[in-house]
Design a protein around this ligand. Structure first.
Ligand code: SAM
Length: 217
């Protein structure tokens, strides 16, 4: 079994994570609190794990990469789409601290409940979980400083970008093949969109109105 410290050391050595607040959050949050009982001994192995409902908690290194790309800061307001186990929002909740707020949308009711239960184990109180289709974001809480999509999406829509503050950042795995998605970061600069691409990943699909379901309408 791997240890949490080994993973964090690997990320620092490989320059995957350098921000102290991010490192501190990964040190404090326990991934074993976000996986089903039978996988607790596998919590620090570097691969995704099943959380039921045909969904997964992402590979730890993928969570580290996405968190770094998002550049989360203290006191920010962040939207995550795809709560899953709640692990990624727990990390973000620690980083933004008491003055910040995380809203996370999950389409599967059982997983929204699973995440709420898991967040309680870590005493995270600045995260709100919404059970809904998040493929069009969550307008009610907008604007956000950051938006993170943790399921594979066919595109980063203007609907999502419109819910971002100026100079805000959105990170999402994008493409039509869920086994070969491009980790995409967009920085909103007024009417301009600055786009960066950061490697190939596989994810479960973002379904719903502006997700993969829209392809078949
Ligand atoms: N961030 C999660 C974590 O830390 O465990 C992992 C996310 S998992 C890879 C993707 C999640 O996105 C699944 O729980 C899935 O049900 C959810 N999802 C898919 N389509 C969605 C949608 N339209 N709105 C909200 N959640 C969605």
């Amino acid at each position: 079994m791997n240890k949490k410290e080994d993973l964090i050391k690997y990320w620092i050595d490989e320059n995957i994570v350098s921000d102290k607040r991010i490192i501190d959050a990964f040190q404090k949050i326990n991934r074993e609190n976000f996986v089903p009982e039978e996988y607790k001994n596998l919590a620090y192995n570097d691969y995704p794990l099943s959380i039921g409902e045909e969904q997964t908690i992402s590979q730890p290194t993928t969570v580290a990469i996405m968190t770094s790309l998002l550049e989360p800061k203290e006191d920010q307001k962040i939207l995550e789409i795809g709560t899953g186990s709640g692990y990624q929002v727990a990390i973000l909740g620690k980083i933004v601290g008491k003055g910040g707020k995380i809203t996370s949308v999950e389409i599967i009711p059982k997983l929204a409940e699973f995440a709420k239960k898991n967040l309680k184990k870590e005493n995270i109180t600045n995260v709100e979980i919404i059970n809904a289709d998040g493929s069009s974001g969550y307008k009610k809480g907008a604007p956000y400083d950051r938006i993170l999509v943790t399921a594979g999406t066919p595109k980063i829509t203007e609907t999502l970008i419109s819910q971002l503050n100026d100079n805000g950042i959105i990170v999402a795995p994008v493409g039509f093949d869920i086994y070969s998605l491009t980790m995409t970061k967009i920085i909103k600069k007024g009417k301009k969109r600055v786009k960066e691409e950061h490697g190939i990943f596989s994810f479960v699909p973002l379904i719903g109105k502006e997700g993969f379901d829209s392809r078949w309408k």
